[in-house]
Write a new protein. Structure first.
Length: 641
């Protein structure tokens, strides 16, 4: 459920449901997905949220993939924890954990106007045994556990419960956080309670952090705890409210803790709603930060956007090279020239498309086509006056798709790979590989095209060089948007339309490839030709395989084009990346203009046959319209939601 689908499709639906029902539905679906063998890979494919290695952070002898984590209380039953742990976070905090199940006395409320979530006072949840079952399947990131106690328990009973939970959870947990004392306990009871738990934690070698509410007083003593955790909710209406209203109190307590205990003690801070909040808390002194209700309102892409903001802040604009690196002249040292190989590869694909277009609009068939089928161009025309026009329409269409893909490859190299974008290399890898593999579709119809084989052979070294000599530079290439605004939301719609376009083109290519190696013709084809497939077979046994070669080639070109659009839109869509808008426009124009032109020119205007062209043109236009300000405008880091 990335931002482009959450804010456009799912959030409007979920926010019409009661909060508990919406939460259970969302977490349940994500949890079931993550539990499947292919689920984690699917989550990563659509979200591409794995944090860069440069974000690794160490605290209390624990290494976190990124300083961004999930706060306890977001998934109190743990049903979706397997999916949430793959949302680009560096750790998850489970809980509040109690020995036995605790039911909430009042339902959780979602306060949409304040973009906040209200929870009742008691530490409700499924209990220790349920969490142990959830944690039996290891998570890909470190886990923290917030230990609570049964409501109404005195300090001694609460200590015994916490020690029991600590010892049983220790094999699965990297650190523990402790809710502060009950107001009914005396200071002496609390000190004794805390000493028992700290002693138990030392026996299992796990750090303990004291969890404080934002409105709490700064403790006068540490009593053996290893650090602090500032939770994200403030007191409100006999419960706790987590949302933007809590941020001032969170910052005040964080600053006070730093002033009292210095810079060395670890402090984890929750309540982050936007990337701007995360950067502000890090400046005040947060060691790690946590998101909770922010995922509900800002969307599941929030951890990824925070990661990008931290990377951008960490390296600084001055360190971002805007000068294209010069390729080395030494054959033994080509590292960093992958972008140049990719540009040449994309230009080569465009050239192949142009040469194929010249053939398609002139002779249509080449001498080796005539030699293989045993018929001249005039004889083909004599068999059926519309046959050459039909073949031309396939060949012109395939040149449009090929040129469109070449433009995308060229842009990936020139603008993406030269900046060291890993996603650009991966897109070129998958898109180019699919293009090369579709060459082998000739096995399905038995016609080997020598010029196609020559083009593949000549392009392969450039493709290999682009992948071999790419130098990865982690981090965004443009300043990230730190707060949501209308431009950002329109941009999510633009991304959705581009993704739908890629999926539609990819699916159309698969269908055409399938027909190309099996039935060859659809009903509208035969209606245009005013003949039957058997009639063409009876005239010449090699005629239909020659046509099938064009059909399958067109399907393969569409499949590669659609896959490249899909991956670029999924992985590389970033605010302020103007080249992406132009790449979509300039790659879409030749494909759809040529397709419409050739069909009108030969009189093949069946609405059903041209429906994919109409749908693709509509999706492209909507994507360009909704993404214009997002991609082409200047990024405003101070934008308000």
């Amino acid at each position: 459920m990335p931002d482009w689908s959450y804010h456009t499709l799912f959030k409007p639906i979920l926010f019409r449901l009661p909060p508990v029902q919406a939460r259970d539905l969302t977490l349940g679906v994500m949890g079931r997905l993550a539990s499947r063998r292919w689920g984690p890979q699917l989550i990563e494919f659509f979200g591409h949220m794995a944090p860069a290695k440069a974000l690794q952070t160490s605290m209390l002898n624990v290494t976190f993939p990124t300083p961004v984590g999930l706060e306890a209380g977001l998934d109190r039953d743990g049903v979706g924890i397997g999916a949430l742990a793959r949302f680009g976070v560096g750790f998850v905090e489970i809980g509040p954990v109690t020995v036995g199940p605790v039911c909430a006395s009042v339902a959780v409320r979602r306060q949409d106007a304040e973009e906040a979530v209200w929870s009742p006072d008691e530490p409700f949840g499924p209990g220790l045994d349920s969490w142990l079952k959830r944690l039996a399947v290891p998570l890909p990131v470190p886990v923290g556990a917030r230990l609570a106690w049964a409501p109404g328990a005195d300090a001694g009973v609460a200590a015994a419960e916490r020690v029991e939970m600590l010892l049983k959870l220790a094999p699965h947990v990297a650190f523990f956080t402790l809710e502060a004392s009950d107001p009914a306990w005396s200071e002496a009871d609390w000190r004794e309670h805390l000493a028992v738990i700290v002693a138990a934690a030392k026996t299992v070698g796990r750090p303990v952090l004291l969890s404080l509410r934002p409105e709490s007083e700064v403790p006068s003593h540490v009593d053996g705890v290893d650090g602090f955790q500032v939770s994200g909710g403030i007191r409100h209406d006999n419960g706790w409210l987590e949302g933007p209203a809590a941020m001032p109190a969170i910052e005040r307590l964080l600053a006070a803790l730093r002033e009292r205990f210095g810079a060395s003690i670890p402090i984890i801070v929750g309540g982050v709603q936007e990337p701007a909040d995360a950067l502000a808390l890090r400046k005040v002194g947060a060691t790690l930060i946590q998101v909770g209700s922010g995922l509900v309102f800002s969307g599941p892409g929030l951890p990824k956007r925070i990661n990008e903001a931290i990377l951008w802040e960490g390296r600084g604009e001055a360190r971002v090279s805007r000068v294209r690196p010069e390729p080395t002249t030494r054959a033994a040292d080509l590292s960093g020239t992958g972008w140049l190989w990719a540009v040449l590869f994309g230009a080569g694909v465009c050239l192949v498309g142009l040469l194929a277009l010249l053939v398609a609009i002139s002779s249509v068939v080449l001498p080796y086509d005539e030699a293989w089928v045993g018929l001249t161009r005039l004889q083909l025309h004599a068999i059926n006056p519309r046959l050459l026009a039909f073949m031309a329409h396939d060949r012109v269409s395939v040149t449009g798709a090929t040129a469109a893909t070449g433009i995308l490859f060229l842009c990936l190299g020139w603008f993406g790979m030269w900046r060291g974008a890993h996603w650009a290399r991966q897109t070129l890898l998958v898109g180019g590989l699919s293009g090369f593999l579709t060459f082998f579709l000739f096995i399905g119809f038995g016609y080997f095209d020598p010029l196609h084989a020559l083009a593949v052979t000549l392009l392969l070294p450039f493709y290999w060089g682009a992948l071999r000599f790419h130098r990865n530079r982690p981090g965004p290439n443009a300043p990230p948007i730190l707060r949501r605004d209308r431009t950002w939301l329109r941009g999510q719609w633009g991304q959705l339309f581009f993704i739908a376009l890629g999926a539609a083109v990819l699916t159309t290519g698969l269908v055409i490839m399938g027909f190309g190696v099996t039935r060859v013709f659809v009903q509208t084809d035969l209606a245009y030709l005013q003949t039957a497939a058997d009639s063409l077979h009876s005239v010449n046994s090699r005629l239909v395989p020659l046509i099938a070669h064009d059909r399958a080639g067109f399907g393969g070109a569409l499949f590669t084009n659609g896959l490249t659009i899909l991956l670029l839109s999924l992985w590389g869509y970033r605010a302020g990346e103007r080249w992406q808008w132009w790449a979509m426009l300039l790659s879409g124009l030749p494909s759809y203009v040529m397709a419409l032109w050739v069909h009108l020119a030969i009189g093949y205007t069946s609405f059903i046959h041209l429906l994919p062209v109409y749908v693709g043109t509509l999706l492209l236009g909507l994507g360009l319209l909704f993404s214009y300000r997002y991609l082409m405008g200047e990024v405003r880091a101070d934008a308000k939601a």
